[in-house]
Design a protein. Structure first.
Lengths: 192, 154
């Protein structure tokens, strides 16, 4: 009997504290995730670092612009913006795209997702056209190839024709400065 | 009175019957071949709707879910195996699209954690049981034992 009372060994006291430590560790982990401001519904693209899907979409009629051709990605950084006239956040991000189109170091191309041509033309006529190429995807099948699940989405395609980055949701001046531009700069400075 | 009641119950029965049949899959999507359709239903039951994220594309009314249901069916009709269909969609949307993650090296920790925890718990129980056993049952010192012996012999 005397053994047990004499030695409430320090090791055992540590064991007693273990659940508390585990709890605090987990609570800290969850709190940091909660406060990180990360949108958990945003799924990173499975295509990052992979060649852009083979795409050959016809141009938007009446715009005198080429369609979306994945062959034309080679040798030049390309931004591919998925938009539709029926998509409210696209309207919201449009001024940001017009701003980006001032930068001539990269091509700004569009994938017009499940849209009526006349609605798309009206949308661009009303708000201005930032795009140098527009491919129409009325069935949304090319968008599935690109792993698109929410419009608008913006891809950065490098000179090597590989997808370097994807932004889900409307671009804002803040997200362009903090997220998109660094990726564009990286793609521009890459050899290729 | 009685006739009206039975009509009401008939209407209720019919309503319940058709409520059970309400589904996201539209009649125009259903394939002619029941075997292919069954495979399509099974596959789309395991694919996450990326828009709603907690529903399968088989249950979701989202446009993208409908497009993917049709894509799954077209690929099956074209002769793809189940695995090929799933591989294509995973290659586009990542493994998150699978409601049941695959068993692979990358997911080893995900699948292995419960087993590891169980083993750790078992080990803890075995070790603590063994350490308890090593505590001597009678902790009488030599003097105490001698005193006890003396008492007993008296």
């Amino acid at each position: 009997m005397s053994n047990e009372t004499e030695a409430p060994a320090p090791r055992r006291r540590l064991f007693v504290l273990l659940p508390l430590l585990v709890f605090l560790g987990l609570a800290g982990l969850f709190l940091s995730q909660l406060l990180s401001g990360r949108d958990t519904s945003e799924i990173p693209s499975a295509l990052i670092g992979l060649p852009a899907p083979q795409t050959s979409l016809p141009p938007l009629e009446g715009m005198n612009l080429p369609g979306l051709e994945s062959k034309s990605f080679a040798g030049r950084v390309t931004l591919v913006n998925v938009f539709a006239s029926w998509c409210a956040p696209c309207r919201e991000e449009h001024p940001v795209l017009l701003g980006l189109s001032q930068d001539k170091r990269f091509t700004l191309a569009a994938l017009n997702y499940k849209d009526q041509p006349e609605n798309a033309r009206r949308f661009l006529g009303e708000l201005g056209n930032p795009y140098q190429a527009i491919g129409v995807d009325p069935a949304g099948r090319a968008a599935i190839d690109w792993g698109v699940y929410g419009v608008p989405e913006t891809f950065v395609v490098g000179k090597d024709g590989k997808i370097a980055y994807k932004h889900v949701g409307p671009l804002t001046p803040d997200s362009v400065r903090a997220l998109l531009l660094p990726q564009i700069e990286k793609a521009l400075s890459a050899p290729g | 009175m009685k006739a009206r009641f039975s009509v009401a119950s008939l209407v209720l029965l019919l309503a319940l019957f058709f409520a059970g049949a309400a589904q996201a899959v539209k009649p125009d999507e259903v394939l002619q071949d029941p075997a292919l359709e069954a495979r399509a239903r099974a596959l789309s039951g395991g694919l996450r709707c990326m828009v709603c994220q907690n529903q399968s594309i088989d249950e979701s009314d989202a446009d993208l879910a409908r497009d993917l249901r049709i894509l799954v069916r077209q690929r099956l009709v074209a002769g793809d195996t189940d695995r090929q269909v799933m591989d294509y969609i995973v290659s586009r949307y990542g493994e998150f699209v699978l409601l049941k993650p695959r068993f692979s090296l990358r997911n080893a920790l995900l699948w292995g954690t419960p087993v590891l925890l169980l083993l750790a718990g078992g080990l803890f129980i075995v070790l603590s049981a063994r350490s308890r056993r090593t505590v001597p049952d009678s902790a009488l010192g030599a003097e105490e034992q001698a005193a006890l012996d003396k008492m007993l012999s008296e």
